[in-house]
Ligand binder design. Structure first.
Ligand code: SIN
Ligand code: CO
Length: 373
């Protein structure tokens, strides 16, 4: 099913994105759930899928992590089950992410789905990322507070919360309503009825993650092998003092690496196209040959991109799951970046280049793209 958003993006970008929370009543008209609570529970039983159950029984918060074997004894009140990156594992749910692609693929992260029984929620908390919370089945009361400095505390080691806050948004959300929350605004949701909530999350790296990722790249590619040297070393009065000129030179050595645009672009493409969540990879058995790929596409078959795979373009290079695509066919590579479904026609002249078809074959045999058979 195609989901169409009822959002005035222009106004949203100007007044809300990264600025103010917004409740969009009827953000998805005639909303239909993509998944049932039973199916969601089934996903929470899988090893590769990140899930948790949050309970608040007799006023005490508790968190348990999946995979779960059974869900007995939870009762009818005060618990939620939350499953991360459902878009990677459940095809119909991935469709919910698509209408948000206009905000840019690289900033988008995953689709978290929660199922809550009455009273269920994770308590008042802050998130570091932008999130659109879509109300599915049931009604849930959502409150959002002003972004003010707030101390976080942990009623359970795996649960960060904030103190009660005054609400600037307080609403009973019904199916199809969407709540946008920028980073740092406290919020909480409590189910009134059995509820499904879909959270389309965004990511934004902090400088620490960038430095750490860049350092990994420098090491893996053996960059920056030049060493500090000081042929002009002079005697000094204070042998313990590192001189300002020396610090400047050291700083420059590090800065030089960052200041190479090609290095920066290649590193960032690799870094940002890596998925933070496991992919549902199922490489074809037996593997395809380039001839078979050529034939299937010539017959009019479409290639589909694995949901959750990050395919991004930086300058003239396209990156797939942490690796640059080595091809002179930038337009065809860009088609792979932009579209979930690709045909021979869309690939243009690249389709008649055996080298490009070989590259495509590798991608398909990795399980990144597939034919819908
Ligand atoms: C939930 O669905 O209960 C949690 C969503 C959120 O607060 O980010
Ligand atoms: Co949250």
């Amino acid at each position: 099913m195609d989901y169409e958003l009822n959002i005035d993006w222009q106004t949203f970008m100007e007044s809300h994105w990264q600025k103010r929370p917004l409740l969009i009543k009827g953000g998805f008209r005639n909303f239909r759930d993509t998944i049932s609570p039973d199916e969601l529970a089934g996903l929470a039983m899988e090893d590769e899928i990140d899930s948790r159950i949050v309970t608040r029984f007799s006023g005490k918060w508790d968190v348990r992590h999946g995979p779960f074997q059974e869900f007995d004894g939870l009762g009818e009140k005060d618990w939620s089950i939350l499953v991360q990156a459902v878009d990677h594992w459940h095809f119909p749910s991935a469709a919910l992410m698509k209408p948000f692609r206009c905000l840019s693929d690289w900033r988008m992260d995953d689709l978290m789905i929660s199922y809550s029984v009455p009273g269920g929620g994770v308590g008042p908390h802050l998130d570091q990322y932008d999130v659109f919370i879509i109300q599915g089945q049931g009604r849930r009361r959502w409150r959002v507070g002003e972004k003010i400095p707030m101390k976080q505390h942990a009623p359970h080691p795996d649960l960060l919360q904030v103190d009660p806050f005054d609400a600037i948004i307080d609403d009973e959300m019904v199916p199809g309503d969407i709540l946008y929350i920028p980073p740092g605004f406290p919020h909480e949701g409590y189910a009134i009825e059995e509820s499904l909530n879909y959270s389309v999350g965004f990511r934004a790296p902090n400088a620490r993650e960038l430095f750490s990722g860049f350092a990994d790249y420098v090491i893996a590619n053996e960059l920056g092998s030049y060493r500090y040297s000081d042929p002009d070393l002079a005697f000094r009065d204070n042998p313990a003092l590192i001189q300002q000129g020396e610090l400047t030179k050291l700083h420059g050595m590090m800065q030089d690496l960052l200041d190479q645009p090609d290095v920066f672009r290649k590193w960032f493409g690799e870094f940002i196209s890596q998925s933070r969540h496991e992919l549902d990879l199922a490489p074809p058995e037996p593997a395809y040959s380039p001839d078979e790929i050529q034939e299937l596409l010539s017959q009019g078959e479409s290639l589909f991109r694995l949901n959750g795979l990050r395919v991004l373009r930086v300058g003239d290079t396209c990156f797939v799951n942490g690796e640059a695509l080595k091809t002179p066919h930038i337009e065809a590579a860009d088609v792979l970046c932009q579209y979930d479904e690709v045909t021979a026609e869309m690939l243009g002249v690249a389709f008649s280049d055996p080298e490009f078809v070989t590259l495509l074959t590798v991608l398909i045999n990795n399980g990144y793209w597939y034919f819908d058979d």
